[in-house]
Design a protein around this ligand. Structure first.
Ligand SMILES: NC(=O)c1ccc[n+]([C@@H]2O[C@H](COP(=O)([O-])OP(=O)(O)OC[C@H]3O[C@@H](n4cnc5c(N)ncnc54)[C@H](O)[C@@H]3O)[C@@H](O)[C@H]2O)c1
Length: 254
């Protein structure tokens, strides 16, 4: 049984996680945190500030925004409770806090908790070198709902990193193009964000060569895939020693 404190319990992802928890005997949400408090019928106590929560727990799962990261890390360090940080758009300041927390407790971070995307990232590392060296240009597109705060998505940047790692970091990430002098340079790695409606999350990596195009794509059809990944991450790190963990560690352990 994994006892979870859910940070961001009333958000879109928090709501999905609550639904899955209600159907899962191996986990229990023992407390919820959200700065926007709701009065309606949750089965756990809720708090507007994580630092005021004293509930015993095995792990905190976080789906909030970048402003909540400092308090979350302070809480994990002070209470010695491992953290699963799913919030995206993390800043260098956030990373300072996360790295400091990871010296005291286990911290799992991934901007995309789906197995499929992480496998895609592995495949890219293999495809990128061969295709780039054969003259292909590489560009990434992503599509998300119109409420998403960060752009391009953390996942698109993870995919760009995977491509660039395979190529010895010789490409320049270019976000968006415009104007009359926007001809593509060979060392560009375009990353483009489209926003609209309720799109859960779509990512495509396009390899465009001479007279042929290869496209590797991932489409999330519901938010459950991320919540399932977060639950797996929570049971994976709850007994781990301090350190920073990610989806590769989880996949290798599966
Ligand atoms: N890693 C992944 O796989 C993955 C998947 C989906 C979404 N996300 C990310 O998770 C985050 C949340 O996504 P969402 O769609 O649920 O957003 P959302 O806006 O629907 O929900 C966020 C919730 O967090 C609450 N909140 C904000 N700041 C807080 C704080 N300091 N303390 C406590 N609660 C706070 C808000 O009131 C809101 O209820 C975003 O950064 C999103 O990009 C990550």
């Amino acid at each position: 049984m994994t006892r979870i404190i859910l940070n961001g319990c009333f958000g879109r992802m928090g709501t999905v996680l609550c639904k899955l928890a209600a159907e899962n005997r191996d986990m229990e949400i023992v407390a919820g945190i959200d700065i926007a408090m709701h009065a309606d019928g949750q089965t756990f106590p809720t708090y507007s500030d994580i630092l005021s929560c004293e509930m015993p727990a095995d792990v905190v799962v976080d789906f909030t925004n970048i402003n909540g990261i400092r308090g979350l890390c302070e809480f994990g360090e002070a209470r010695k409770i491992p953290l699963v940080i799913c919030t995206t758009g993390l800043t260098p300041e956030n990373w300072n806090d996360i790295n400091a927390a990871a010296e005291k407790v286990a911290v799992f971070q991934s901007p995309n908790m789906s197995l499929g995307i992480n496998l895609l990232s592995n495949l890219l590392e293999r495809a990128a070198k061969l295709l780039y060296d054969s003259g292909f240009d590489i560009e990434i597109t992503e599509r998300h709902h119109n409420q998403k705060l960060d752009a391009p998505s953390g996942t698109a940047l993870v995919l760009a990193d995977a491509v660039n790692r395979a190529l010895g970091n010789k490409l320049r990430v270019v976000t968006g193009r415009g104007g009359g002098n926007a001809k593509r340079e060979r060392d560009e790695l375009g990353v483009h964000a489209l926003r609209g409606g309720t799109i859960v999350g779509e990512h495509s990596v396009v390899f465009a060569g001479l007279d042929e195009v290869i496209e590797l794509s991932h489409s999330a059809h519901s938010r459950e895939i991320f919540a399932v990944g977060a639950i797996k991450a929570a049971s994976f790190i709850k007994d781990k020693p301090p350190g920073l963990y990610n989806m590769n560690d989880l996949i290798n352990a599966l």
